[in-house]
Write a protein that binds this ligand. Sequence first.
Ligand code: SF4
Ligand code: F3S
Ligand code: FES
Length: 253
Amino acid sequence: MSYRAAFRVWRGDADGGDLRDYTVEANEGEVVLDIIHRLQATQAPDLAVRWNCKAGKCGSCSAEINGRPRLMCMTRMSTFAPDEVVTVTPMRAFPVIRDLVTDVSFNYVKAREIESFTPPPDLAPGEYRMAQADVQRSQEFRKCIECFLCQNVCHVVRDHEENKDAYAGPRFLMRIAELEMHPLDTADRRDAAQTEHGLGLCNITKCCTEVCPEGIHITDNALIPMKERVADRRYDPVVWLGTRLFRRRREDH
Ligand code: SF4
Ligand code: F3S
Ligand code: FES
């Protein structure tokens, strides 16, 4: 079945823009990205859109469809009634470059700020051995395709540009949790998670988990366990005593 789909697409650049209406052919089995490509091929050759795999694996085609952060290539047209207007806008938390393409470099900055995997110094590459049971939990986080939809939806930065410096966002707090749970990682990441990467700003609203196209339980399996580890350290009586003794010893000198 073929029909004429009503699309409303944001057109513009860093200086501003607006929503434009288009009517585009849609066919059975197609996804939103197919319609955007047809629009580009037939009516709007200068429409900017980022995509690579069209299979939900590269994480490039992130946008907001009827206000919900989604991958365009994984959103079936059958989700919408044939007479429904489908509105496609760029991700809101990142600066627009043009049309549906945003500048996601904030995420690469945050990735670089995380201390890298730190294996024991006496192990050479090739000697790493881990039991499956020990990597079971963090393996889920490796499914991330870096679409940044979770980063885009988290209210801590979505409406608060001023929080971006202090907050790594769910994808990268999850990365810290992944390394913290890694059996061969020797770094203690708990203080840095709280003081440098803003873990305390996450108030577990779970919007990140709701939009993750990989179905990763970001909040329940990464962020909450990480918060628990930080709390354990802060309120651990041994750590508390150690800090007091250390402070007293410094005061004595
Ligand atoms: Fe995308 Fe999920 Fe990875 Fe976030 S955690 S970047 S939503 S795949
Ligand atoms: Fe944001 Fe997810 Fe926490 S949406 S507030 S990172 S639970
Ligand atoms: Fe690769 Fe959509 S084009 S995830």
